[in-house]
Design a protein around this ligand. Structure first.
Ligand SMILES: [Fe+2]
Length: 318
């Protein structure tokens, strides 16, 4: 695999990165290649809809299992962490797709890992990765050779000390992915719910929504109450479907669906007054299988402020 020109990634351990190595007759990927692999995977479509959140443990799934490398998707609820561990003989790379993670290494400053910038490392690299934010996070990881035995450590001052293991053998993978939770009470605040919803949406500005409707036949849907529409005005051409019936009107399998709701490929662009409820509503439509559902950032207020067409309050023709 060729690296994309100009692609930058954070070098995990500050050393010269390991070049391709021959392991068991299979050419391993370099950390640079793994960084590219996780970036390409994270920017592909379709996979994030399959991510699940688990309060009791980190959710993870091996989404590719090849002879030379594997790819894992992991979700992290607030407070979940790996504990200190290495990856055995594997090189690795990971990228945050949604949310924020932190990486801890003994004697080094905490590294905040924001979406889009992969972190890559060679074999024998040890770290502790944590979600210390208030919102869930999702990350994509690749290892080469594919992840095998891993070792867990405890921090003793500035040093990592291997955890005592009665068997004397490395922990199996499933043990490594076991969860440590703290501070997490099992409830999501409304801000966290919004973060989860918006992590799945490709939200649109009013201008982008206007263009999507004009050029691609997307459906603009006003989910505000009648009272809000009467006070604020409406958008000409927008379909009015109040929030309490939204899912029944757009589920293609619903007997109460609208005639237009015949398939899952329909792009429904929801808006409300200020773009909060609409994010939750669009995520609910995605749960129904309308994977292109999204909403308008800052809602009707931003649409009006952008100078896009509206029918002022009192004129309810729209
Ligand atoms: Fe790791």
């Amino acid at each position: 695999m060729q690296l994309a020109p100009g692609r930058k990634f954070v070098q995990g351990d500050g050393r010269e990165l390991v070049r391709a190595a021959i392991v068991s007759g299979v050419v391993s990927k370099t950390p640079e290649e793994l960084a590219d692999i996780v970036s390409v995977f994270a920017s592909s479509v379709g996979w994030i809809d399959k991510v699940r959140l688990r309060v009791e443990q980190r959710w993870y799934e091996r989404v590719h299992d090849g002879p030379d490398y594997d790819i894992w998707v992991i979700s992290w609820m607030p407070g979940q962490s790996t504990g200190f561990h290495d990856h055995g003989a594997s090189s690795g790379a990971f990228v945050v797709a949604a949310g924020i993670l932190e990486e801890h290494r003994p004697g080094e400053r905490t590294r905040v890992i924001n979406p889009g910038k992969p972190l890559a490392f060679g074999p024998d690299y040890a770290h502790d990765v944590r979600n210390v934010s208030l919102a869930p996070a999702v990350s994509v990881h690749a290892y080469s050779p594919p992840l095998g035995d891993m070792n867990e450590y405890e921090l003793d001052g500035a040093k990592l000390v291997p955890r005592d293991r009665a068997s004397g053998k490395a922990e199996p993978v499933n043990q490594e992915w076991r969860v440590q939770t703290s501070k997490w009470t099992g409830a999501l605040s409304i801000e966290q719910m919004l973060s989860v919803a918006r992590a799945r949406l490709q939200r649109l500005s009013p201008d982008e929504a206007y263009e999507a409707v004009a050029k691609t036949g997307s459906i603009l849907v006003d989910i505000r109450s009648e009272g809000q529409r009467a006070i604020e005005g409406t958008i000409p051409g927008a379909l009015i479907v109040e929030r309490n019936v939204l899912e029944w009107r757009f589920d293609p399998a619903s007997s109460a669906r609208l005639p237009i709701a015949t398939g899952y490929d329909l792009q429904v662009i929801v808006f409300c007054s200020e773009g909060y409820t609409s994010s939750l509503a669009a995520a609910a439509l995605q749960d129904l299988g309308l994977s292109r559902a999204t909403d308008v950032v800052d809602g009707f207020h931003a649409w009006r402020a952008s100078g896009l067409p509206i029918l002022p309050s009192g004129d309810m023709r729209g």
